[in-house]
Design a protein around this ligand. Structure first.
Ligand code: AMP
Ligand code: ZN
Ligand code: FE
Ligand code: FE
Length: 280
């Protein structure tokens, strides 16, 4: 039975509740999922309640990491909600998000696209607020034709309404994850925008030196040769080739829990290998 180790819910910028995400995973015949909302673990208790003994729920989180030239995300698996070294930093990250969101809303006003913060909070349904929620409000106001346009013209890094927020460093994120008894996995490596093989090798060597455990090699939208390439790369650096759909519901249309764009299969032996590394 396959697994899916990267999923979002209404606790962050997914459109579906943790309950619904679990139901979709059961319907897809999955053995296990990891709920990896951005900077928040509020969905995990609900997911566990719905899952019962039908499905294993690995508690997780997704972090955005300081990185100059592209987007670096880290999926952290087996991070138990509650107090702990990394858990305690999540609140700080969320405060950084809240300040950043207010600044984006103010900037959009200056750019002639007035948005009220309350609309954004309503869009987020009480969860951790992200740019996809702001994009959705911009679409509703007719400022942009769609989600992608909101990012491409305004919200993406380097665009006029982009505002940075505090992030953990690579070493800090991996260190805090390990101190918390959790398993750090470098997410969707294509967003690093690295095209030189030596540069990727240098980065993975460095991160493996900090204690990185996995590389998300099987990901929605990757061609088979890319999945194989990242899997080989993972093995070269002693990393486990993890995988996930990065399901976000309506915020990433066309993506399904477990199967991604239809052809995603993450074998449960990947989970077992990660579990072994984690001593879980
Ligand atoms: P935030 O965590 O609030 O900074 O927002 C980051 C999220 O926005 C990512 O996890 C993606 O889901 C989404 N995102 C970032 N860049 C883009 C982009 N260029 N196009 C569409 N969605 C994006
Ligand atoms: Zn997201
Ligand atoms: Fe991500
Ligand atoms: Fe994600």
């Amino acid at each position: 039975m396959p697994v899916d180790l990267h999923l979002h819910s209404t606790a962050s910028d997914g459109s579906e509740s943790p309950t619904r995400v679990v139901e979709m995973a059961v319907d897809a015949g999955l053995a296990a999922i990891a709920l990896t909302d951005h900077d928040i673990q509020d969905g995990i208790a609900e997911a566990r309640r719905r899952a019962g003994s039908e499905l294993e729920v690995v508690p997780g989180v997704e972090l955005s990491i300081a990185y100059d030239t592209g987007g670096m995300h880290m999926v952290v698996l087996w991070l138990e909600p509650g107090p702990g070294p990394l858990q305690d930093r999540l609140e700080w990250l969320r405060q950084g998000r809240d300040r950043r969101n207010q600044e984006i809303v103010a900037r959009l006003g200056e750019l002639g696209m007035p948005v009220v913060l309350d609309e954004v909070l309503a869009e987020a349904k009480g969860g951790s607020v992200g740019r996809p929620h702001i994009a959705a409000v911009m679409v509703r106001h007719g400022y942009v034709a769609g989600h992608e346009e909101a990012f491409d013209l305004w919200l993406a890094q380097g665009r006029p309404a982009y505002i940075p927020r505090p992030r953990l460093s690579q070493e800090e994120a991996i260190g805090l994850a390990l101190e918390s008894g959790a398993v750090p996995v470098l997410a969707h490596p294509h967003t690093l925008l690295i095209d030189r093989a030596e540069e990727m090798a240098d980065l993975l060597r460095t991160l493996a030196g900090y204690g990185l455990v996995g590389l998300e090699s099987v990901y929605s939208g990757y061609f088979p040769h890319e999945r194989d390439g990242y899997t080989d790369l993972a093995r070269r650096f002693g990393l486990v080739p993890s995988g996930g759909s990065d399901y976000h519901g309506l915020y990433k249309p066309g993506l399904e829990v477990g199967t991604g764009y239809g052809d995603l299969v993450i074998p449960d032996r990947v989970l077992e290998e990660l579990r072994l590394k984690a001593g879980k």
